[in-house]
Design a protein around this ligand. Structure first.
Ligand code: 5GP
Length: 198
């Protein structure tokens, strides 16, 4: 399939200042992860748990790159950014549907930044006593880590900057871009202005 370009996405894609990872690079790396995880979990019927909504595209592509029987479930959390006063305050807003006790669980995340969200989720999952629990993240931002994050499978490292695309949003926008990039400065300003004018 031909790679899609920024131009095809019209005006809103001009908010992307720089593409960090192209659609092709992402798809290639996700396929590699799928092959690796399939080999590691052969015969284990793993349960992949994703956290909504940013992980949506990564998880969908990862599942299709895996060649072994598996199951999938979702949780949703609400977290406050480290810029706010409630640093590291994470709350579960959608719990698991499938019991994870005794299962081989792979927690799948879009981005790990400070590690606080991951830490909260892992603590919550461990209470249910899975047979094993590993972490797979598409992106890792090691620069601002506040707490150790035990990542077994990783797609790419990111600089300490806010990225959008491939499921990742800024105020719910840009998730549908198939590549990942940095927002141009004008996009942050425009969004702030829209918010002020209601
Ligand atoms: P942490 O708790 O590790 O600081 O934050 C992890 C969560 O913050 C991720 O699951 C993601 O929702 C969000 N996040 C961190 N960095 C970015 C980013 O660059 N772009 C977007 N869209 N979300 C991010």
């Amino acid at each position: 399939m031909a790679q899609r370009t920024v131009q095809e996405y019209g005006a809103f894609a001009r908010d992307i200042g720089q593409i960090l990872y192209t659609e092709e690079q992402i798809q290639q790396r996700v396929r590699e992860l799928g092959v690796q995880i399939s080999a590691d979990y052969e015969g284990k019927n793993p349960l992949l748990v994703g956290v909504l909504k940013g992980v949506l595209f990564f998880l969908a592509d990862l599942l299709r790159a895996m060649t072994i029987p598996l199951e999938v479930d979702f949780i949703a959390v609400s977290s406050f950014s480290p810029q706010t006063r409630q640093q590291g305050y994470v709350r579960m807003i959608k719990d698991l549907d499938i019991p994870i006790g005794g299962r081989h669980v792979i927690f799948v995340e879009d981005v790990i930044d400070t590690g606080l969200t991951l830490n909260y989720i892992l603590r919550t999952l461990r209470v249910h006593k899975p047979a094993s629990l590993e972490v797979c993240t598409l992106f890792d931002k090691p620069a601002k880590r506040l707490i150790d994050a035990p990542v077994k499978y990783k797609g790419f490292d990111l600089p300490d900057q806010y990225v959008v695309g491939y499921g990742l949003d800024y105020r719910e926008k840009y998730r549908n871009l198939p590549f990942v990039g940095l927002l141009a400065a004008h996009a942050f300003k425009d969004a702030a202005q829209e918010e002020r004018s209601g």
